[in-house]
Design a protein around this ligand. Structure first.
Ligand code: ATP
Ligand code: MG
Ligand code: MG
Ligand code: MG
Length: 562
């Protein structure tokens, strides 16, 4: 039996007007419906109703994880820096990692993800092939210092994630768990009422190769997708290296001598930085033969395709052409480019304050170059690998495009972490091997926002039944009335007895206010009890989703819900 919630006691401050800084429906409506409040940029408090929805989504996720044999744990959010040094990600992760130092001068971070922590947790204790496979998960707060925290719960700096990690002796075993997880992720989306697509994706910071993202379709989504009637679907970012150049302490442009450095790999090694945090310069000409220099994060085989995407007719310069423009192979950068060069840079580099760039001079590079101060970019480009209209790689038909919200992602990690962190098991013959690993994340708070983004109208939210803060809202038209009030109370407790979550709007407010709030908050079912209907033994039932209203006899209403 569920408890009956009372609007008179509920802390759900609703707002009549759209808040000024909220751009998209989910952000506006969750603020207006009194479900969340902003504490700081990208940091939110869940109020009682928002928290109820969050908990329901969490429980759906928990049930689906438990069903496939994953075991729930709780790791700390505070993680020692040493673990991140071991994996190499302390430098690699860049400014998104929230770093701090304790009073003893020990470095820590607030976990954006937990591969390092879990690998250190199981190493030396999970030892035998007999104990494998093993999958552990947690539902916990994550921290990422996003460049642009925006769109409410979509991209916040503190958010709730379910993250699972699996350990295996063989690739086949990993594949099995990966498939189980993928199915569970589909079920989670279904149970949350999301219209979604699994899509091919890029590993990004986590470093996996085989990976799928689950995208809730919505025009407000930040991801651009292509899909085909044959079932093929991909993130147009797939293949773009998402790493960003490391932020350097240097605040001034510093020219450094880099003897013999000609390639991105050599530069990374020379500076002792990860290759993924470097910027690759491609020099080419556009369709009219004019010089175009393109900057793309990291070194990636797909960069030339992306360059052609951004600049139609783009063609790489030959060595002789480069020389004739005064460009230096291996030490090119945006600083000191010849006059008239058009600079195009990947959008993902926007906002980076200190670039490591070539000095357009043999054997020299600059550290701490700043966009806007030392050079300007003519064009910030979305460097997609596939675009709507391209031929589907599976069937050849033209791909259609839409936008999506990445609600979850599954990865096959392989031995990326077990090898760097020395986590091994022994096989039947006692031989040691690094674990083969997988990791799987669901953005729980982002999922809540995605649900609202897909389920709303001009009056407010339309919660799908499974995740609604309460299933039924009972609205007595006259509070304190001798007949209406007791009838409403009785009905509320009857419906609650059937196991539904019920709220009763027992506030001394005008009916109009109650109706508006009920639509705004989005209870799936409203039951209106008035004096006149009651005299005939009737109440009015309204379905929030369709707006459909029906008079139903009081004696059958509870039956109806069965
Ligand atoms: P994005 O591409 O949107 O930055 P991500 O690929 O960096 O997300 P993952 O590392 O795959 O995110 O994390 C797993 C899940 O956590 C994501 O699928 C997403 O639902 C959620 N998530 C990631 N970043 C945020 C954020 N800043 N705010 C809310 N949820 C997030
Ligand atoms: Mg991210
Ligand atoms: Mg992503
Ligand atoms: Mg992801």
């Amino acid at each position: 039996m569920s408890e009956v919630m009372r609007m008179s006691k509920l802390y759900a401050p609703t707002l009549k007007e759209d808040p000024a800084d909220a751009e998209i429906a989910s952000h506006k409506l969750m603020l207006r419906a009194g479900m969340i409040r902003k504490t700081a940029s990208g940091v939110y408090t869940f109020l009682p109703l928002g928290y109820k929805v969050l908990s329901k989504v969490e429980n759906i996720v928990r049930e689906e994880m438990d069903k496939i044999g994953a075991q729930e744990i709780m790791m700390p959010a505070l993680q020692p820096a040493e673990l991140w040094h071991e994996s190499g990600r302390w430098d690699d992760y860049g400014p998104e990692l929230m770093r701090l130092v304790d009073r003893h001068d020990h470095g820590f971070c607030l976990g954006p993800t937990h591969e390092e922590l879990i690998t250190s947790l199981i190493r030396n204790e999970l030892r035998s092939y007999k104990e494998l496979p093993c999958t552990l998960y947690q539902i916990q707060v994550k921290f990422r210092d996003e460049i642009r925290p925006r769109l409410g719960l979509f991209r916040s700096r503190e958010f709730i994630m379910k993250d699972a990690y699996s350990f295996h002796a063989t690739q086949e075993s990993l594949q099995e768990t990966y498939d189980d997880m993928s199915r569970a992720y589909g079920t989670i989306c279904d149970r949350c009422g999301l219209d979604y697509r699994p899509v091919e994706a890029d590993g990004g910071q986590i470093g996996g190769k085989v990976t799928t993202e689950f995208m809730a379709l919505a025009p407000a989504g930040e991801a651009e997708l292509v899909h085909c009637t044959c079932g093929y679907a991909a993130n147009t970012e797939a293949g773009e290296c998402l790493a960003r150049p490391t932020e350097y302490e240097a605040t001034e442009l510093k020219k450094i001598h880099t003897p013999g450095v000609r390639t991105i790999e050599e530069l990374a090694e020379f500076l002792g930085i990860p290759e993924s945090s470097t910027v690759k310069a491609l020099s080419g000409k556009d369709a009219e033969g004019k010089l175009v220099v393109m900057f793309v994060p990291g070194d990636h085989e797909l960069n030339e395709i992306k360059a052609e995407r951004a600049v139609p007719g783009f063609e790489l310069l030959t060595d002789e052409e480069m020389e004739s423009f005064g460009l230096h192979k291996g030490s090119m950068g945006p600083v000191g480019l010849p006059e008239g060069a058009r600079i195009v840079a990947a959008r993902s580099l926007k906002g980076i304050s200190h670039w490591v760039v070539g000095a357009n001079e043999d054997d020299y590079h600059y550290v701490g170059a700043e966009e806007g101060r030392d050079f300007t970019v003519d064009e910030w480009a979305d460097l997609c690998v596939v675009k709507p209209g391209d031929c589907c790689p599976d069937c050849g038909l033209p791909l259609s495009g839409s936008r999506g919200i990445e609600v979850s992602q599954v990865f096959q990690l392989g031995t990326r972490y077990s090898e760097t962190m020395g986590a091994t098991f022994h096989d039947e013959d006692g031989v040691e091997h690094p674990f083969i690993m997988g990791c799987y994340g669901v953005g729980v708070s982002r999922t809540v926002a995605a649900i609202v983004e897909q389920h709303n109208d001009e009056n407010g939210i339309q919660w799908p039944f499974n995740v609604a803060p309460a299933h039924v809202c009972i609205i007595p038209l006259t509070v304190g009335d001798d007949e209406v009030q007791p009838a409403a109370e009785k009905l509320a407790s009857e419906i609650a007895d059937f196991g539904f979550d019920v709220v009763i709007d027992d506030r001394k407010e005008r009916a109009g206010v109650k109706f508006a709030d009920a639509d705004l908050i989005g209870w799936p079912l409203q039951v209106v009890i008035g004096k006149r209907g009651l005299a005939e033994g009737n109440v009015e039932v309204k379905l929030r989703r369709t707006g459909q209203k029906k008079d139903v006899s009081l004696s059958t209403i509870a039956e109806l819900l069965r």
